[in-house]
Design a protein around this ligand. Structure first.
Ligand code: NAI
Length: 332
């Protein structure tokens, strides 16, 4: 099948070329991400392969439809950036990669916790300048601390097991309890208890209308003073401006984020020559107790190989005219 592959990075091309030996699709790698301006590049391609920060709204869908696109193959799990109703109206099928390595994201969340706690980012810079002083670098034992996991699906369940390994007391919240997490020692509680008791809170639920800004001024007022907040899910879960106020007041003691609500068009690109143009993100990077990574939690060689294998298998399935198990269903 002819595939227009948007937003290509060198690591994508390597993994997809390897996996494509088993599928032999005609992949046309394009550097720009998919926007209304670049959608015409998909003209004549039945399949479009897209990543998290493409913006597939109704206008883009209409443009893709005119160009003959019949399939949008997302090489990611989340699909909050796709207008599914518009795709359905245009008879464009949407498939995704529901799981490629929950371990990759879970381990990155824990990496952020440990780096913030032990101030590894600050120690790294000090040592490079020949400063071996330890003042200000004291951390805390993870053992015995209370950690809260919001969203206990595939990634959240891995995080629960990792935190249990540290000897943390784990509280969990989800719309449906996951027996794996209960077996790993997590106790399900309602948000007020989780907010009030946790030293660390980590978010692993999807971005939905019901979860947008679940961390806001009101919820931050209820957290334990000086707590650590981790978000590797979607930027829109946090009201970033409210988090900045909480960092300024000391209500939030540490923040680790891999995602940012305005990341579209900024993350995944080298902005070093121009600097950070987004003032809110720029403010965040001035705090010594904040670590921002650029949506890299998924980026392990295992995850890249799984993403490529599943995306290409999804496209092959569509090509054969079968109903793909990874089809994104539109719900009214
Ligand atoms: P999943 O679908 O397995 O689990 C999500 C869980 O969130 C489910 O158990 C669901 O019941 C729960 N949930 C839904 N609404 C909720 C609410 N209002 N309150 C509490 N829990 C709620 O998804 P998975 O694979 O664990 O991924 C989680 C999120 O991680 C994805 O939605 C995506 O946004 C993000 N992600 C980030 C990546 C990165 O590189 N930073 C890579 C992959 C995923």
């Amino acid at each position: 099948m002819k595939v227009a592959f948007f937003g290509t990075k060198s690591y994508d091309r390597g993994a997809f070329n390897d996996a494509n030996a088993a599928h032999r699709h005609a992949i046309h790698y394009l550097e720009p991400r998919l926007t209304l301006d670049t959608a015409p590049l998909a003209g004549g391609f039945e399949a479009v392969c897209s990543f998290v920060n493409d913006h597939i709204d109704a206008e883009v869908v209409a443009r893709l439809k005119r160009g003959g696109t019949r399939l949008v193959a997302l090489r990611c799990a989340g699909f909050n950036h796709v207008d599914l109703a518009a795709c359905r109206a245009a008879s464009i099928e949407v498939v995704r990669v529901p799981a490629y390595s929950p371990h990759a994201v879970a381990e990155h969340a824990v990496a952020l916790m440990l780096a913030l706690n032990r101030k590894t980012h600050r120690a790294y810079n000090r040592v490079r300048e020949g400063n071996f002083a330890l003042d200000g670098l004291a951390g805390f034992d993870m053992f015995g601390k209370t950690a809260g996991v919001i969203g206990t699906g595939k990634i959240g369940a891995c995080v629960v097991r990792l935190l249990d390994g540290f000897g943390c007391r784990v509280l969990a919240h989800d719309v449906a309890a996951n027996p794996e997490c209960v077996a790993a020692g997590a106790r399900y509680v309602q948000p007020p208890e989780l907010l009030g008791e946790c030293d660390i809170i980590t978010l692993h639920c999807p971005l939905l209308p019901s979860t947008r800004h679940i961390v806001n001024a009101e919820s931050l007022a209820r957290v334990k003073r000086g707590m650590m907040l981790i978000n590797t899910s979607r930027g829109g879960l946090l009201d970033t401006r409210a988090v900045i106020e909480a960092l300024k007041s000391g209500q939030v003691g540490y923040l680790g984020i891999d995602v940012y609500e305005e990341e579209e068009g900024m993350f995944f690109e080298d902005q070093s020559a121009t600097g950070i143009r987004d003032d809110v993100l720029a403010r965040l990077t001035t705090f010594p107790n904040v670590i921002v990574t650029g949506h890299q939690a998924f980026l392990t060689v295992e995850a890249l190989a799984n993403i490529a294998a599943t995306t290409l298998a999804n496209i092959s399935c569509f090509e054969r005219g079968e109903v793909c198990e990874n089809r994104v269903a539109f719900k009214d």
